[in-house]
Design a protein around this ligand. Structure first.
Ligand code: TXA
Ligand code: MG
Length: 342
């Protein structure tokens, strides 16, 4: 199959809608990352997403809608807490999990009784949904396990020959995937951190829990609320180690940091002092910039032939939790703390 790349100016939106209506797959830009879209009401179309991505069958997809009217057919009822979150954060990078209705095929939800829904804010994503006239199931448009795509070129690198069209809407504004919150329990619970922070959600609902799997590894046989948490994820080919701590100084003594094949991902302020080739995540305090650059930087370091990537993180605070969570998974939870370096 030949994979075409079109911009909205080149008529990409109508092409995308025609392919999606016929049951095909299209990579589309959203404000978070690129999504691999399929008709969410078609069992067969949604099932083909798993094949194109090489995605494990038990990892459900997020359904994208363009207007609140599109939500009613997907769920038996819209609870008050959901309405409050929608009002505050949609369109935008928040995915809400609710009990599903029978209209949602099992291939979308991987057999779960719940459905994940979000209304993206990217104008091109919204235009494609409107023109298709259906909700679209869309996981990130990468090969399963690799860093999520934040530009059309990343989608092409992973999915060339596997899908007919990539819609090029430029670089993604947010850079990490949406916050996933479930409303299926008594208290709202964050399953995946994103640009909408725990504090943002607590300010609307009065409180929110954070699933332990956000910062802890999941055991082999444990069940998790969000199947996506189980897998090594967001990972480049290179091995990744996290360097955690306020100060870069101690890490300069690490033997790994002075070996050929090692590359670093550091804060802007640390670039000049880094003993090996490095890319910048942006200024230390600018967490939004770290999110914007993270996945592209991991891909770039792979392209440069890095064998080991030593990556700095800004910690588990509100603003940096999303990047911290992605880094932990990319690193398979390999962390070195500044205080531990002899
Ligand atoms: O920003 C985003 O959310 C992007 C863009 C394309 O919208 N999409 C995205 O999809 O990140 P994906 O498939 O890469 O991640 C979806 C996550 C997975 O961790 C999955 O396990 C979880 O959402 N999820 C989906 N449906 C769920 C459900 N019913 N219950 C629990 N977790 C669910
Ligand atoms: Mg993904």
């Amino acid at each position: 199959m030949i994979t075409r790349v079109l911009t909205p100016e080149e008529g990409g939106v109508s092409e995308a809608a025609a392919i999606l209506r016929a049951g095909g797959l299209v990579a589309i830009p959203t404000e978070t990352v690129y999504g691999l879209a399929a008709d969410a009401l078609s069992q067969v179309a949604a099932a083909s997403v798993f094949e194109a991505k090489g995605r494990p069958q038990d990892n459900p997809l997020i359904v994208h809608i363009a207007g609140e009217d599109m939500l009613s057919p997907l769920v038996p009822e819209i609870p008050g807490r959901a309405k409050a979150l929608m009002e505050a954060f949609w369109p935008g990078p928040l995915t809400i999990i609710l009990p599903k209705s029978d209209n949602v095929p099992d291939s979308v939800t991987a057999g779960l009784p719940t459905v994940a829904v979000r209304m993206p804010s990217h104008p091109v994503a919204l235009a494609v949904i409107w023109e298709t006239g259906r909700p679209l199931a869309a996981p990130s448009a990468n090969r399963s396990g690799f860093p999520s795509p934040t530009a059309a070129a990343h989608c092409l690198a992973d999915l060339n020959g596997r899908i007919p069209l990539i819609l090029d809407g430029g670089s993604c504004e947010v850079g990490v995937e949406s916050t996933v919150v479930t409303l299926c329990g008594k208290t709202a619970r964050i399953l995946r951190p994103g640009a909408v922070t725990p504090g943002d959600i607590a300010a609307v609902l009065g409180g929110v829990e954070i699933d332990p799997a956000v910062t802890l590894p999941v055991g082999e046989n444990e069940t998790v609320s969000s199947p996506g948490m189980k897998y090594r994820h967001y990972a480049p080919r290179a091995r990744v180690i996290i360097l955690e701590g306020d100060d870069f100084g101690p890490f300069r003594r690490l033997p790994d940091l002075n070996r050929p094949g090692t590359h670093c991902l550091v804060f802007e302020e640390e670039l000049a002092d880094c003993p090996v080739p490095a890319l910048s995540l942006g200024p230390k305090k600018d967490c939004a910039e770290h999110a914007r650059r993270l996945f592209a930087a991991l891909r770039e370091l792979d392209d440069r032939g890095a064998e080991l990537i030593c990556a700095r993180v800004a910690g588990k605070g509100e603003g940096s939790l999303a990047v911290y969570n992605r880094m932990l998974r990319a690193a398979g939870f390999e962390v070195i703390r500044g205080g531990d370096v002899l």
